[in-house]
Design a protein. Structure first.
Length: 438
């Protein structure tokens, strides 16, 4: 690039310099060979397209130093842009003129104040270049944003396409499953129709069989009723026959008894056979019973009292169940109380060989209680609305007179009532001690 020209503090702007060199290269090609400046004669031989590019430095230097050559180029510029050159000669700049062209014209024609025009053009060119750079940067940013958006859009499109493919695949699976379900539903419907038909047929057969069975049942009932009538008639005839035979036997026995009595009277025979010892006068002892136990000789809490009672033959031991369990096993549940007492009574029944009845209160029970009674022990619950005390009295009352009965209960009212009936009351503690020793 050439050194600063007259009046210029800095070299020409690059755009202005390139424009001036291009214009000078064109003028150089049109000049006669004798008028071409010696430094540029070699360049003048170049192709027009290479002349400005390869000879830019010599051409610029020649324009800066050779006034005549510069004026020739200025004439070409004036011919091309007469209005611009005229305006610059009048020290005015057309508003629409390009800054590069204004600076080139001012540099070549050198009107008054041309250096200021070049500097002003330089500022305009720099401003335009800055704006161009800003626009270029903005365009670059926009291009980058557009590229990013395109990339994001492409990724989103790819994702949506993948989702679409998955949805289509799922839709195909659902359609296939729906088709299979419809086929199964059709098959199930056909099977249901077949089952309905088979059910209707079976119902018809059952109805026919039921009618036949009812007819047969009626016939069998009639036959049974007839057989029962024949059986009743046979029984009645047999009873009448037995009654006649019984009457005959009774008459015969009465006759024999009368004959025997008459024979005894005639022979003065006793009514039974006696032995010599029977003729000795003495007090005959009564059979063993609970009254034979010395009540006053033994205390009520003496275990020997219960042992003596259990030694009486054919003794009936009646136990007030809950009275005994609450006395000895009050901390247990009712089920465990019953189980423990019955287990002990079962062992006692094996040892002493007596009849044992254990009575539990069932007055407030809604139904029978499941109880596993041990061998030799009778378990009885009072009926709903009846207390165990009444059932105990009923058991004592139903025994024949003279039967040895012992009632185990610590209830004073029960003890007094059974004592009046001939039974022997025994405290619950004695039975608990006896079971503890078993």
């Amino acid at each position: 690039m050439s050194s600063a020209g007259e009046g210029l503090s800095r070299p020409l702007p690059e755009q202005v310099r390139a424009h001036v060199v291009e214009l000078a290269a064109q003028v150089l090609g049109a000049m006669p060979g004798g008028t071409i400046p010696p430094p540029l004669r070699g360049i003048a031989k170049f192709d027009p397209r290479k002349r400005a590019r390869l000879g830019s430095a010599p051409i610029a230097a020649q324009l800066e130093n050779d006034k005549e050559f510069r004026e020739l180029v200025a004439e070409a510029l004036t011919a091309a842009w007469p209005e611009l050159v005229a305006a610059l000669a009048e020290e005015t700049v057309p508003p629409a003129a390009e800054p590069v062209l204004v600076a080139a014209a001012a540099y070549l024609t050198r009107p008054p104040g041309w250096a200021e025009l070049v500097e002003q053009a330089r500022e305009d060119i720099d401003r335009a270049a800055a704006l161009g750079n800003q626009r270029e940067q903005a365009e670059t940013r926009l291009r980058e944003q557009l590229a990013a958006q395109r990339t994001a859009a492409k990724e989103e499109i790819d994702r949506v396409r993948e989702q679409l493919r998955a949805a289509r695949s799922e839709n195909a699976d659902l359609r296939r499953k729906l088709h299979d379900a419809r086929e199964r539903a059709k098959a199930a419907e056909l099977r249901a129709q077949e089952l309905d038909a088979a059910t209707a047929d079976a119902r018809n057969r059952v109805a026919g069989a039921g009618a036949a069975a009812e007819t047969e049942i009626r016939k069998l009932k009639e036959r049974l009723a007839e057989a029962e009538r024949h059986l009743e008639a046979s029984r009645r005839a047999a009873r009448e026959g037995r009654s006649v035979e019984d009457a005959r036997i009774r008459v015969l026995m009465d006759a024999l008894e009368d004959a025997a009595k008459g024979l005894r009277r005639e022979l003065s025979l006793p009514t039974s056979i006696s032995r010599p010892a029977d003729y000795v006068t003495a007090v005959t002892p009564g059979p063993p019973s609970v009254r034979a136990v010395p009540a006053r000789a033994l205390a009520d809490d003496d275990p020997q009292l219960l042992d003596q009672l259990l030694a009486i033959p054919n003794l009936h031991l009646v136990v007030d169940g809950y009275n005994v369990t609450k006395t000895g096993y009050g901390a247990l549940t009712l089920v465990d109380q019953r189980s423990r007492l019955l287990t002990g009574l079962g062992g006692l029944a094996v040892q002493v060989k007596v009849e044992i009845t254990c009575v539990f209160d069932g007055a407030e029970l809604d139904g029978p209680v499941q109880v596993s009674a041990p061998r030799g022990v009778r378990v009885a619950f009072s009926a709903p609305g009846q207390i165990a005390d009444d059932l105990i009295r009923q058991l004592v009352r139903i025994e024949p007179p003279g039967r040895a009965i012992a009632v185990v209960s610590s209830d004073r009212e029960v003890a007094e009532s059974v004592r009046r009936m001939g039974a022997r009351p025994v405290p619950a503690t004695l039975l608990l001690r006896r079971l503890g020793r078993a």
